[in-house]
Design a protein around this ligand. Structure first.
Ligand code: SAM
Length: 277
């Protein structure tokens, strides 16, 4: 099916339809934030009927983002970050993690949610090394040719690009192609971090992933695809994956020993960091 013949619910501009939940606000609700409405919490309530621990998807994702930031800023020498789909400010945002280590590290946030943009602008007013622009991260050209992004980041030097907790909201099947447009534009030595809802294709996790997907897709948010390992690996095509490769978010360089077993929900989200040779 061609993209032009299909109407995807999450292509309606965010903030226009009051009966639709917002991805950013649903995520905020899952992280126990305060910037969400009843319609957003309703999405989680619906998914909770099949996955009581649904909030753990958000926590595993966010903790992966923070650890990936720490790794990139301390180990790779990269000092410019393009955080696509940055979300509502919460604790330990990308710029706070990386600028603690490199105060002049540049962070460009991109989102298209009006609530994110309002909160983000207020938070960043005083910080000359961090910017936030409104653009559609599922239109790579729009991002790669965006004058403010081109002015702020130097595409001749390695940078880190994040699609953390975003691509499962891109519904078409060509997410690998979408990422290819980004990867082609990155200079050698750049890094890419992705976290994505995961269908492990083995039971009982596979069945849970499919049930969660069904609920997300038919919820007032209308997006949340659980892709297979092969489909997610395709988003890193041509990159060298940093050890330990594509793994459960919780298994990507965890902060310490694990005393409790990962619940089934936490086994339905994976992440990896890749380096462009
Ligand atoms: N990356 C953050 C993290 O991992 O903590 C936030 C993830 S949140 C689940 C996804 C974010 O992507 C939301 O803030 C949402 O508004 C944004 N987003 C979704 N689709 C987008 C699009 N087409 N263009 C720009 N931002 C988008």
């Amino acid at each position: 099916m061609s993209r032009s013949t299909v109407s995807y619910p999450n292509e309606i501009p965010v903030g226009v339809d009051p009966t639709r939940a917002s991805i950013a606000r649903v995520y905020d609700a899952a992280l126990n934030g305060k910037d969400n409405y009843k319609i957003d919490r309703e999405v989680l309530a619906q998914v909770r009927t099949v996955a009581p621990q649904v909030n753990d998807l958000a926590w595993a994702n966010r903790d992966f983002l923070i650890r990936a930031c720490r790794f990139l800023v301390t180990q790779t020498g990269v000092d410019q970050f393009l955080d696509l789909g940055s979300g509502l400010p919460t604790a330990e945002n990308t710029h706070q993690v990386v600028q603690r280590v490199i105060p002049e590290a540049k962070v460009m946030y991109v989102d298209n949610d009006p609530v994110v943009l309002a909160h983000g602008r207020a938070l960043l007013e005083e910080n000359e090394y961090t910017q936030l622009v409104s653009a559609d991260i599922f239109r790579p050209r729009e991002i790669l040719e965006h004058p403010e992004i081109r002015d702020f980041l130097d595409f001749e030097r390695p940078l880190a690009l994040f699609q953390v907790g975003t691509l499962h909201h891109y519904l078409p099947d060509d997410a690998g192609e979408l990422m290819k447009s980004y990867l082609d534009a990155l200079p050698s030595g750049s890094f890419v971090a992705i976290a994505h809802f995961f269908d492990p294709e083995t039971e009982p996790h596979g069945q849970l992933a499919r049930k969660m997907e069904e609920k997300f897709l038919h919820s007032p948010m209308g997006s949340g695809r659980f892709r297979t390992r092969a489909q997610i690996l395709a988003m890193f095509a041509g990159l060298e994956l940093v050890e330990p490769g594509l793994v459960l978010c919780d298994d990507w360089w965890p902060d310490g020993p694990r005393y409790t077993e990962l619940n089934l929900v936490r086994q339905c989200i994976v992440g990896a960091v890749g380096r462009k040779p």
